[in-house]
Write a protein that binds this ligand. Structure first.
Ligand code: 5GP
Ligand code: MG
Length: 181
């Protein structure tokens, strides 16, 4: 589909599915190398947006790992509220673990900063951030983004797990807001 209509806005295709999968494979290969000798790293996927990314990334991993989910929310409509709400917390014991956070997209970094602090507080031995998408122009936080599959400009995007006011998550491609719509 070239264009999709969600609520009051039109979005046009910008990153096709095969390109997404190729970029994920590159990151997965790097993680396979970096975690070869690390004992059972814990991957923490940030719901809701990361569910497709998490699924496709984990299918490419050859290392033994654990997977858990956390639900955080900072966005309303097409912009960040600057405040992170925790909707579902972690059940695992994080103390002494090597943790890899899986995010759909890092924008201002408010979400990552909050989660990083939570994991540090819980005693994680090592924390790495892995995101499908990164908006380098928007990200100004000091926390290193260790793995970023795709870098994008400062635009609002949907699809492949990402929503516009809760709809549009099911599309396999990524779409950008059409400024003419
Ligand atoms: P941050 O806290 O880094 O500003 O934003 C992180 C969260 O906001 C992401 O995990 C994602 O849920 C949401 N977000 C940021 N940019 C976009 C975007 O372009 N499109 C959508 N649908 N969500 C976004
Ligand atoms: Mg997210």
């Amino acid at each position: 589909m070239e264009r999709i209509r969600l609520h009051d806005k039109t979005f046009k295709i910008c990153i096709p599915h095969d390109e997404i999968l190729k970029s994920i494979k590159v990151v997965a290969d790097q993680i396979n190398k970096d975690y070869k000798n690390v004992e059972t790293p814990l991957f923490i996927s940030v719901l809701n947006g990361s569910f497709m990314f998490t699924s496709d990334l984990l299918k490419c991993l050859e290392i033994q790992c654990e997977l858990s989910f956390i639900k955080l929310s900072s966005y309303e409509g097409t912009g960040s509220t600057g405040e992170v709400k925790k909707m579902i917390g972690l059940s695992q014991n994080i103390k002494g673990r090597s943790v890899v956070v899986l995010e759909d997209i890092v924008d201002t970094g408010v979400t990552i900063e909050c989660l990083y602090a939570m994991l540090k507080e819980a005693g994680a031995a090592d924390i790495k951030i892995c995101t499908l998408l990164l908006k380098p122009e928007a990200y100004k936080k000091p926390i290193p983004i260790d793995y970023a599959a795709i870098k994008i400009p400062n635009d609002f995007i949907v699809g492949y797990g990402l929503d516009y006011d809760e709809i549009g998550r099911q599309y396999k491609d990524i779409y950008v807001l059409d400024p003419d719509s």
